[in-house]
Write a protein that binds this ligand. Structure first.
Ligand SMILES: *[C@@H]1O[C@H](CO)[C@@H](O)[C@H](O)[C@H]1NC(C)=O
Ligand SMILES: *[C@@H]1O[C@H](CO)[C@@H](O)[C@H](O)[C@H]1NC(C)=O
Length: 296
């Protein structure tokens, strides 16, 4: 008798646990703040134009230079969001990037790279994750909309449990903390946010076959939504490393919910064109963290 009711208690607990982890939420929406509040140009500041009091900016790429910007602060965990309207028309050869990176040699990095294309041909969104200086974890997707027509949200949710890449509210990639199976996870190196627009016609479009047509320069990518919702490590690193206090640490952000997994599967089935996890010629043995990826 006693063991049966014990079993009931266990079942109820398991159910409660399941229900609470299934109650995931979408990350908070960023609010608009002027560029200057959180960012500074990294290089070629003369190729950045400011509009609407710095609430919107444009990056210019011409045959002399591209340009880029970076956050003033460094962050340990949070939700990092940018609204971008990609280079329209013939953008072949250009790359627009939005990424987080630590500044040391064994660096951690979380990447969005948008590879341009000829007019009417689809952009590729390539993502990658570096941990302790090791990358080679590319995934590539086509988008389900034209990223040059309107602003869309591109964001990263980063906590101790998972790193999620979102396009608008759709999770397109999850990199789970797989430390328990020997995979390094970004957890102790503060990162800055960066963005840039540059010429990469040696590899970007159809593997480098399509070159940048400079007759169409300047190439222009537009940005807004410069809010940053992260723990600023320069203020107090000990505080950032203390888990469980901020909204992105809470239970509902430790795993995707069933609906989010559905969306992720939808991206996998319809829009994914490359996944290092399934590339057996490159990785005869599946990389360890891909075991988790396969659960999707
Ligand atoms: C560009 O368009 C071609 C033809 O549709 C396609 O094969 C390729 O994946 C597209 N994107 C890039 C970045 O090469
Ligand atoms: C940093 O955060 C820790 C943990 O919250 C706290 O104990 C410490 O007093 C803080 N230090 C400063 C300088 O604010």
């Amino acid at each position: 008798m006693a063991s049966t009711s014990c079993l009931h208690v266990v079942l109820v607990l398991v159910l409660c646990f399941f229900l609470s982890t299934a109650m995931a939420a979408a990350p908070r929406k960023a609010i608009n703040v002027p560029f200057q509040k959180n960012y500074v140009p990294t290089w070629a500041g003369d190729h950045i134009k400011y509009f609407n009091g710095g609430n919107e900016i444009q990056l210019y790429l011409d045959k002399y230079s591209g340009t880029g910007f970076q956050s003033r602060g460094s962050y340990l965990f949070g939700h990092f969001n940018m609204q971008i309207k990609m280079v329209p028309g013939d953008s072949a050869g250009t790359v627009t990037a939005f990424y987080l990176s630590s500044q040391n040699t064994e660096h951690d990095e979380i990447d969005f790279e948008f590879l341009g294309n000829r007019t009417g041909q689809p952009y590729i969104l390539q993502t990658n994750v570096f941990t302790g200086g090791k990358g080679d974890r590319e995934q590539r997707i086509y988008l389900w909309f034209d990223p040059t027509k309107d602003y869309h949200y591109y964001s990263v949710l980063w906590n101790l449990y998972q790193t999620v890449f979102f396009v608008d509210d759709v999770p397109i990639r999850v990199f789970k903390n797989s430390k328990d199976i020997g995979v390094r996870y970004p957890f102790n190196q503060p990162m800055k946010l960066y963005s840039s627009l540059w010429n990469a016609d040696d590899w970007a479009t159809r593997g480098g076959l399509e070159k940048t047509n400079w007759a169409n320069a300047p190439f222009i990518a537009a940005y807004r939504g410069f809010h940053i919702d992260g723990c600023e490590a320069s203020t107090n690193e000990t505080f950032c490393a203390t888990q469980g206090r901020r909204w992105w640490d809470q239970n509902e952000f430790r795993n995707l919910d069933a609906k989010q997994y559905d969306r992720l599967r939808w991206v996998r089935e319809r829009y994914t064109i490359y996944n290092y996890c399934t590339d057996r010629s490159r990785y005869p043995t599946m990389p360890a963290e891909c075991q988790r990826d396969r659960d999707v």
